[in-house]
Design a protein around this ligand. Structure first.
Ligand code: HEM
Length: 201
């Protein structure tokens, strides 16, 4: 019997997702080069894992990707709110269901049979990733214009507070991406659906 395909990811979500993934890659690798120029902690990132060649080059990559990330993020959120995509795919989300699904995932027992619906662990992870990106943009703006946006930096303690927040949000997002990609490798069908938008049954 011929299989049927059901729509899973709308085109604007797929475009925003892959543009976002590219921007995050560029921002993280160039960010590591910028960090290495004046490390906060007692370590530096390996030079082979950084982008930009030198501090000024890394800053140019970082700012170029930042504007794309910012515009892309705004379009994704606007589309998600207006079309109802975010409400349908990420909610409802109860803390009890999120804890239950995260614990099952850690035990390797989380079923992901209906790929057109996110389980609560996914909903929580995706909302956390969106919040981390928003926090990275806000703390990044505070670092970029510390004089004009002093009120923003003061919400994060001060300039050093904004730097620490920026660093820890980066670390959280990198952890998310590692877990996210491992999940995609474990359920490879999801990768195709994020490209074609359809799920073949
Ligand atoms: C190369 C790296 C990446 C791969 C291979 C990848 C793959 C995927 C796939 C296959 C899905 C659909 C999951 C499903 O249907 O069950 C997905 C969804 C999602 N991914 Fe990624 N992803 C990557 C990077 C990222 C990054 C860097 C972020 C955020 C910073 C991100 C955030 C999200 C979000 C928020 C969703 C849900 C989108 C929605 O339905 O609106 N991904 N990703």
């Amino acid at each position: 019997m011929a299989g049927t395909s059901i729509p899973v990811h709308p085109l604007p979500v797929r475009i925003a997702h892959w543009v976002n993934a590219l921007c995050i890659l560029v921002m993280v690798l160039s960010g590591w080069k910028i960090y290495n120029a004046s490390p906060i902690f007692g370590f530096a990132f390996p030079a082979e894992l950084t982008l930009g060649g030198w501090l000024a080059g890394a800053l140019q990559w970082h700012f170029a990707a930042m504007w794309l990330l910012f515009a892309n993020g705004l379009l994704y959120i606007a589309y998600g709110l207006i079309s109802g995509h975010l409400r349908r795919r990420m909610f409802p989300l109860s803390p009890a269901a999120a804890v239950r699904d995260v614990l099952s995932a850690l035990r390797g027992r989380l079923a992901h049979e209906d790929l057109s619906v996110y389980n609560s662990a996914q909903k929580l992870a995706y909302l956390a990733a969106i919040a981390l990106v928003a926090c990275l943009i806000l703390s990044g703006l505070a670092l970029w214009k510390p004089v004009q946006l002093y009120w923003l930096a003061s919400l994060m303690g001060d300039y050093e507070g904004a730097r620490l927040l920026h660093f820890f949000c980066m670390a959280g997002l990198v952890a998310f991406v590692i877990v996210h990609v491992v999940m995609v490798v474990l359920v490879p069908k999801t990768f195709l659906t994020m490209i074609t938008g359809k799920l073949r049954t």
